[in-house]
Every structure is written in C-alpha cells, then in structure tokens.
Design a protein around this ligand. Structure first.
Ligand code: NAD
Length: 452
C-alpha cells in the first residue's frame, strides 16, 4: 500500500489513549508499521488481549486484525521501536483545577525521544497544546539529542465515536517548525487521508486546533443562552432554534444541552493561557466556557423549582446519560457535566438518594460519579421523585416515558437537558410532568392551565 521509497514507513506512537490508539490502528491499516508506547497497565493489559480500554466504533475488530498481521505492536518502552523514523506524540495535556495546562507527560516523552532520536528522524506533536509549545518547549528538549531532525504539529480533530472513519476523511492540518518539516509531515499524512492542509508554521497549526474547539464551545454557549432566554420568556428554545435554522444556511445553531468532554472542558482555557505572554485575554472564549460550565447549577435550580411547583420532594433523584455525550455514543466520563450535576444535586439535597443509569457506562463508572448504579432505565425511574436526562444517547429519545414514569413517585418531575420528547405529544403517568431545557416557562404555563 505504501510506496517502497517512502522513508517514513515505520512510526512510533507515544501514548495509546483515545487519540494514540485509534491513530495507531488507522495507520497500521493504511500500511504503516506501527509501534505503540504506553506506560499504563490499564491500557496495556486489555491490548494484550486484543482489545481497546475504551468504546470506539469498529476499533476492537481492526485492532485485533492489525496485531494479528504484525503491523501493530506495543509495549512500555521507547527503545523497543526499532526501525521507526517518525515519533508521534499523543499523550494527555489536561488542565489542573486552576485551569492551567499540565505538560508533565509531554516533557517526559520529549526527553525520552531525545534519548533515542537518530539523525533525520521526524517528531510529530499531536496532543493539544498552547500556541508555541512545539517550537519553544519541545524543540529545546529534542535539540539535546544533537542530531538534525524534522518537527511538526499535526492536530487531532476527530470526534470520539467516529475516529476511525474521520482519520481517513478529515483534512489533516500540518504545520512544521520549518518548510522541510511541514513537507515531510504532510507527505506522511497524505497516505492516511486525501486532504492535507499545510499552514505556515507550527504555531498556526496549534492555534487552528484551539480555535476549532473554541468555536464549538461558543456555539453551544449561544444555544445555552437561547435556552435561558426562552426559559425566561416562556418560549421553546428547541422550536426557536430549529425554526431559525430551517432552510437558512447562515444559521446552524445546535440544540442547547450540557457540553464538556476531554477537549471542550480545557481547550478554551489553553487558548487563554497561550495569550498571557501577549497580554491579551480572549474574553468571549472564557465567558462561553464558564457559561457552559454553569449549566449543571442552573439545572439543579430548575429541577428544584419544578419539584416545588408540584409540591414534590427530592427523596430520590435519578440521573440518566452520564457519559460526556450521547451521540455518537461513548462511555467516556472525562469532562462530563454529569459530575458537577451530581455534586450540585448532592449539595442541594444532602439526604437524597441519587441513582444513575447510562446505556454505555458500566456500574463502576456510574458509582465513580457518586451515584447508586442502576442496570436499566426502568430500574432508574422506579421510585424516583425526579429524573434528569443529562445526555442525548438515542436510547432516551426512544424511551416509552408513559410506561417508565408509571414507576415514579407522584407528583414527580422529568427534566430533559436535550428536549428529546415533544411535550405536546407526551402521555405521562398521573402527577408526573416533563420539563425540557429551554422550555421551562412554557411548561409552567401548561401546568397552570391544567390545574385551572
Ligand atoms: N480524546 C479526543 O477525542 C481528542 C481529540 C483531539 C485532541 N485530543 C488531545 O490529544 C491528547 C491525547 O488525548 P487522549 O484523549 O488520547 O488522552 P488519554 O489520556 O486517553 O491518552 C493519553 C495516554 O498517554 C499515556 N502516557 C502518559 N505518559 C506517557 C509516557 N511517558 N509514555 C507513554 N505513554 C504515556 C497515558 O497513559 C494515556 O494512556 C490530548 O492533548 C487531548 O487534548 C484528544
């Protein structure tokens, strides 16, 4: 599949998390010889049994195939990547509680690569980083090797749940520290995806990644502000947004709902940190993130109001849909707003029983959020005073709410953060009301009319 003259046929991917493992399998599938380096036993142990440590469509099948074909090998040490001419770095770059990016893994890996780098090797940084990291942080560490090498930043932009397909179709942005590095990294990715976008330098490539994610966060923040506006005006945000988008190409606002996950929870902050030295604060980026982060607290308030209006108590509250997103489905709990939501419910009702269910997340994951795990939607609804639907997994749109709410206490409240049911068409058990994010006032009016 790869031309025999291609220099970079053998690559070493350092960090086999969501990004590194999917890339490793996609590159092996494209004909590269891939060696993965990973320090965590929790990742290596399932890999040794031919499977990934996370849920990703099609990954386990392809992974087992590439291991069987001998194109993908893995282990804990960098020195085992014999023959690799390219190192691709995909370790995590999380932010700490103070929202500052942590570079400890990146630094450790850069030092490790400097120790094994041979003349004319290439290093590609793929983890999301502050602007300037490739040239000002990684390059000085690699320079200690004392050999010539190429260095580029090539961001990962796939969607969890569609990573394998998107690695082969999305344009790959490439920015090197010099023209030769850009050219060589572009050539490598041209064997993976049909479209490569070369930018002037590594800094531009770093910024592209941060801006892409910040834009997503902005648009979700606007949708969530429309939800708050509609809650106050007694209108339906779902209707306003869907109607405004319909046939009008200049509007493509998403539905409101919780947004987090391993990227959006941190990338706007990494953007802001990138600009500290330049004396500029990207105020909108930070405000959008904070507004999105405030949704769990606003939700607790509205659930409390809905319960109070119905004269109900929060003896048992069920939270459904715990992964950071429902579509495409994932079991990933990193950056999920279910966590601050559960914490907020606990603060509001210290004595309440908090239970949880998710179509993908296992019982241990559910318990890690501070919820009593339930094995089905039916078990989660049973005996609940309030049910909060946190993500948009397709299971929630298909739920038979008439049957499920029959197991709830009455009066009771269902609060849906993704407006997955049309309140006008819903039939619920007596005494149970359905509220959706961005339609609170509307519902209150309907309840008042029902009572009159
Ligand atoms: N998850 C996504 O969909 C996504 C998308 C775009 C960009 N990113 C970015 O890509 C990077 C990786 O994200 P992820 O979700 O794969 O993170 P992850 O935490 O799932 O994976 C990182 C892996 O690196 C390993 N690691 C840490 N130090 C190591 C070392 N010294 N040697 C070898 N392995 C080491 C960790 O054990 C872990 O398995 C982050 O910067 C993230 O922001 C992620």
């Amino acid at each position: 599949m790869l031309p025999p003259t291609l220099k970079d046929r053998s690559v070493c991917i350092v960090g086999l998390g969501y990004v590194g493992l999917t890339l490793a399998v996609a590159m092996a599938d494209a004909g590269f010889r891939v060696h993965g380096v990973e320090v965590s036993d929790a990742v290596l142990a399932p890999l040794a049994q031919g499977r990934a440590h996370f849920v990703e469509v099609g990954l386990d099948h392809k992974l087992a195939e590439q291991v069987r074909l001998g194109r993908f090998t893995f282990g804990p040490a960098l020195g085992e990547a014999a023959g690799a001419t390219t190192y691709i770095v995909t370790v995590g770059t999380p932010v700490s509680d103070d929202k500052r990016v942590r570079f400890d893994s990146l630094e450790q890996v850069a030092r490790g690569i400097a120790g094994v780098l041979r003349p004319d090797d290439m290093v590609i940084l793929r983890s999301t980083v502050m602007v300037g990291t490739t040239r000002d942080f990684v390059k000085p560490i690699l320079d200690a090797a004392g050999v010539p090498y190429a260095l580029a930043f090539c961001p990962e932009r796939t969607l969890e749940g569609r990573a394998l397909a998107e690695l082969k179709t999305l344009p790959q942005v490439v920015g090197g520290i010099d023209a030769e590095s850009t050219f060589r990294a572009s050539q490598l990715f041209s064997f993976l995806t049909p479209s490569v976008v070369r930018v002037n330098d590594s800094e531009s490539a770093e910024l592209v990644k941060l801006i892409n994610n910040t834009q997503r966060d902005y648009t979700f923040a606007l949708a969530n502000e429309v939800a708050a506006i509609c809650d106050h005006l007694g209108l339906s945000a779902a209707e306003v947004i869907a109607s405004g988008n319909l046939g009008y190409a200049r509007a493509n606002l998403p539905m409101p709902g919780p947004v987090g996950g391993p990227c959006l929870e941190k990338d706007p902050y990494i953007l802001a940190q990138s600009l500290e030295g330049a004396g500029f604060t990207p105020a909108l980026a930070v405000a959008a993130r904070r507004w999105n982060e405030g949704l769990p607290e606003r939700t607790v308030e509205l659930v409390a109001r809905a319960l109070a209006e119905r004269g109900a108590d929060a003896g048992t509250v069920a939270v459904l849909g715990l992964a950071f997103k429902g579509r495409p489905e994932t079991g990933d709990l990193r950056g999920t707003l279910a966590k601050p939501l559960v914490d907020g419910l606990r603060r509001r009702w210290p004595a309440a029983r908090l239970v949880g269910w998710d179509p993908v997340v296992d019982a241990d994951g559910i318990a890690s959020l501070g919820l009593e795990p339930r094995l089905s939607a039916q078990a989660a609804f049973a005996g609940a005073d309030a049910v909060v639907i946190q993500n948009n997994h397709e299971a929630f749109a298909k739920m038979d709410l008439a049957a499920l709410t029959a197991g709830m206490r009455s009066p009771g409240v269902v609060y849906d953060l993704w407006s997955q049911h049309d309140p006008r068409a819903l039939r619920l058990a007596p005494g149970v009301t359905y509220h959706a994010l961005g339609a609170f006032g509307l519902h209150a009016a309907a309840v008042a009319a029902e009572a009159a």
